[in-house]
Design a protein around this ligand. Structure first.
Ligand code: FAD
Length: 403
């Protein structure tokens, strides 16, 4: 069986390893000429953590993970306003959480690829023609690839989705925020607070700083914006929106890298009525982005790839496997997306009173009942799908209890 996967991100890399291990001939097509360097910190837990354990990459992920210790929110005058009960969240998950950078996670997955996976950087899909039993993929240099099926794992702005399912505007649900992730040299700023992970505490916008091992700092900046249209000059916008915050933020803005090194995009989810068509299936953010604010996109990408590969292993018909994958995985995604929308106001309070309520809740987080409520809001209940597939239970996707 020959498989073409478009996108060597977290979902594409995971799926390539799984399908190659099942004996498929895998071609992995990546638009970027080299591994992408734009970075951010993510919390890797939940279904993706379980899937990584099942695949055998968890020890390598644990090795690259960061210990957070104490984390805090600071106001614009540099006063510590509330603790972030990060360790309690880790404890609530029985320690099954790794804080990692996106690029380190991608590297672990890339290093885990079997040698016979063809990973082709600097290659884009420009046309797709799918029939009942084959798919013909045309690349940007005119080369044509024939495969048993094509997987669109090319992220939130998927080209495969546009070519096969229609315009992006039909599928993106804008959540009302813009999001910037970049890495800069700002270690002294976190050191000054005595913590590796610090966040601002302001209405409608937030900057978080996480010190990296190599002496740099991963910065996430999120702010409310009514218009999903992205402004031209990301650095100017960041200076405009965050300039007034004070504390260490002006220093961070001064050290902001050139626009090309800033990952700047609208915060959005992807909602589709169907994730597959003929011999094409979508995976990860391409069909089911849960939003950058949840921090769970990478976990969902690894777990989704695990579910899809598992269904292809169990089912001889490719199209039935696609349908089973979607029936099993869609309820988990929809629950995460709903929770993601519900927690937006908690993560970015929209008024001084909401900000005050969050401060109070975080200050009381040492109380087990408050801590539990915060954890349930942020982490959610773990779905059973991965554990069920790992145990080899005869997954019956028709049974809604499977999710
Ligand atoms: C810099 C950055 C910061 C982020 N920060 C956060 C965060 O803080 N919290 C969070 O939850 N999520 C964040 N995300 C999103 C998160 O990484 C994704 O949710 C997750 O990686 C989903 O994995 P994926 O494989 O579906 O998509 P991606 O990881 O986006 O991978 C898609 C891959 O497809 C490639 N590609 C795109 N188009 C084409 C094409 N036409 N042809 C070939 N290849 C193509 C891309 O180059 C990329 O390698 C961030 C993403 C980036 C890039």
């Amino acid at each position: 069986m020959k498989v073409a996967i478009c996108g060597a991100g977290i979902a594409g890399l995971t799926l390539a390893q799984r399908l190659s291990a099942l004996g498929a001939e895998v071609v992995l097509l990546e638009r970027s000429p080299t591994p992408r360097s734009q970075d951010c910190m993510i919390d890797f837990f939940g279904p993706g953590y379980e899937a990584a354990e099942a695949i055998g990459v968890l020890p390598a992920i644990q090795e690259i993970s960061y210990h957070v210790g104490t984390a805090s929110l600071f106001d614009q005058d540099g006063r510590r306003q509330a603790p972030l009960p990060y360790e309690r969240m880790v404890t609530a998950l029985d320690g099954r959480l790794c804080r990692v950078t996106r690029t380190d996670l991608e590297k672990v997955l890339r290093d885990n690829l079997p040698r016979d996976v063809q990973l082709r950087f600097g290659t884009q899909v420009s046309q797709v023609s799918s029939g009942d039993d084959r798919v013909l993929v045309t690349l940007d240099d005119g080369e044509q690839l024939e495969a048993d099926f094509l997987v669109g794992a090319d992220g939130i702005h998927s080209i495969v989705r546009s070519l096969v399912f229609g315009a992006e505007s039909q599928f993106l649900r804008y959540l009302g925020f813009h999001f910037a992730a970049f890495v800069c040299d700002a270690h002294d700023l976190t050191d000054a607070s005595g913590q590796h992970y610090v966040l601002t505490d302001a209405v409608d916008r937030q900057v978080s700083l996480h010190a990296l091992r190599d002496g740099r700092t991963a910065v996430l900046a999120v702010f409310r914006a009514a218009d999903p249209e992205m402004p031209g000059d990301s650095r100017a916008v960041l200076r405009d929106v965050f300039g007034g915050i004070g504390w260490s933020v002006p220093d961070v803005l001064d050290r902001c890298p050139p626009a090309a090194d800033i990952h700047f995009e609208p915060v959005a989810q992807v909602e589709m009525t169907c994730w597959h068509k003929d011999r094409v299936v979508l995976l990860g953010d391409a069909c089911s982005a849960v939003s950058q604010l949840t921090g769970q996109g990478p976990s969902m990408a690894v777990a989704g790839a695990y579910v899809l590969a598992d269904q292809l292993r169990r089912t001889s018909s490719v199209q039935r496997a696609f349908a089973f994958y979607e029936r099993l995985w869609r309820p988990v995604i929809e629950a995460k997306q709903e929770a993601g929308r519900d927690t937006v106001d908690w993560l970015l309070p929209g008024s001084p009173s909401k900000l005050w309520i969050r401060r109070m809740a975080l200050r009381l987080a040492w109380l087990p009942m408050v801590s539990r409520r915060i954890n349930v809001r942020l982490v959610g209940e773990p779905p059973a799908v991965i554990a069920m597939l790992r145990n080899g239970s005869p997954a019956d996707p028709a049974d809604p209890r499977s999710a």
